[in-house]
Every structure is written in C-alpha cells, then in structure tokens.
Design a protein around this ligand. Structure first.
Ligand code: SF4
Length: 242
C-alpha cells in the first residue's frame, strides 16, 4: 500500500475501517447475542492486549472491538478463537434473535431454537446483497422482524413468516407470506426463499427490490411447491426478473 493511501474494509479479516481510515473494528460472531462470562473475559483480555480503543455493543447483537491496528488483526482473531461475524459484504448477517420462550414471559414460540438453527445454516452465506433475518418470540417483535429480509414472529398458533422488510434508506415493512407454521416448517420456508433469492435475484438487488419486481404472489406460490419440483417455477421467476 502507498504511504498516504486510505485504508479500506478487509473482508477476509472481517475488519471494518474506522473514520480515521487507519484503524479497524472487528465483530466476533455471537449467535443471537448469546454468550457467557468466559467469552466476555476473553474479549476484554484480547482487547486490552492489542490496545482496543472502544468496545461497542452493536445493533446486530455482537460486541465489537474498535480501534485495532491492521498488523494485529490476524493475531487478534487467533487469540480470540471465536468465528468472525459476517458484518460486511453481500452475505447473510448474524440472525437477530429475541430471548424467547426460555426467558421471556410474553413469548409464544421458541425464537432462540429457530433463530440459532437458521444462524448455523446460513450465517455468512454469499447472496446477491446483504441479507438480514430477525426471529421474535411474540408479536412485540423485539428482533425487528418486520424490517428484515426475512422476519419470523411467534404467535399463539405458530410462527408467522414475513419477507422483504428493510430499515435502510428506503424503509419497507415486510409482507406476511405464511402463518401458523411449526419451527420445522419455518426452516423449510426460509430455505425456499434463500434458494430462490440466490438463484433468481441480480447482484446488488436486495430481496425487497426483487419482490417489487416479481411480485409477492410469485414467492407465496413458490414456497408452496414441493421440494424437488421447484425448478420450473424458479426459471419462470428468474425470467420475470430479467
Ligand atoms: S419479542 Fe416477545 S418474546 Fe421476544 S423478547 Fe420481545 S416480548 Fe419477549
């Protein structure tokens, strides 16, 4: 790198360049924001060792170490021994999960069980654009399910699944595509949506824009087609998006 060249994010190190264009923040993966005191001690010790300037609890339920030097990043990750959080790039970000039925008295469904199963399978998966998922145990929606690409909400008669939400520059409330589902059925629906988006959306096209183009009814019909028979519908939806 030339001496005065401004630094950029380093994808392979999960490192986000800071406003000074010199130091970096990293965000280890803490699925659902659930961790323990040993991990917190390790974060603190590694932060101290490498002169971390600030610790930030992020909106994605991670704990970021801010103000690290580029030359230390590899050693920081090695010392932490925690998977990198998918905080940047076109991929599935950490799944946001509310405390759910084991802890919250208002919960109707097991948001943690479903959310962690989704996180295990999809966290970091490359997709046409960034992809956010929120799983809430009841309609209070503490995981902001209505403004996620896929939002899941527990209700008295099962889970509700919403798609196409966005809280960014062009806010959009997600459309409800399914209600009264079990956790297993939710996982199948999530798989259908992500597979379709991966194969039929254009690079850079957020799921909300994809839905605006092909229509929510296309998605609703697609998830009802049995697995193994979705190929033709996928091709037709791809053509609608071209
Ligand atoms: S969404 Fe409902 S179940 Fe989850 S933390 Fe909020 S109030 Fe509790």
């Amino acid at each position: 790198m030339e001496p005065n060249e401004l630094k950029k994010d380093i994808l392979e190190q999960g490192a986000i360049v800071q406003r000074d264009r010199e130091t970096f923040a990293i965000a280890p993966h803490l699925p659902g924001g659930i961790t323990d005191t040993a991990a917190l001690r390790k974060l603190a010790d590694v932060g101290d060792k490498y002169g971390c300037k600030l610790v930030k609890v992020t909106s994605a339920q991670r704990i970021a170490l801010v103000g690290l030097r580029e030359e230390d990043l590899e050693n920081v990750w090695a010392d932490l021994g925690i998977e990198k959080g998918a905080a940047i790039g076109f991929c599935v970000r950490s799944v946001k999960i509310c405390p759910g039925i084991d802890f919250c008295k208002r919960a109707k469904q097991d948001s943690v069980g479903v959310g962690l199963a989704i996180d295990r399978k999809y966290h970091g998966m490359q997709l046409p654009n960034k992809f956010k998922i929120g799983v809430s145990g009841c309609p209070n929606c503490c995981a902001e399910s209505a403004v996620k690409d896929i939002g899941i909400v527990g209700t008295s008669n099962g889970f509700k699944v919403m798609v196409g939400g966005n809280a960014g520059g062009q806010p959009r409330i997600a459309d409800t595509i399914s209600e009264g589902k079990t956790g297993e059925e939710v996982l199948e629906i999530v798989d259908s949506i992500i597979t379709l988006y991966q194969k039929a959306a254009r690079k850079g096209q957020r799921l909300s824009k994809f839905i605006d183009k092909v229509g929510i009814d296309s998605l609703t019909r697609f998830i009802d087609i049995p697995a193994g028979e979705k190929g033709k519908a996928m091709e037709e939806i791809s053509q609608m998006n071209s």
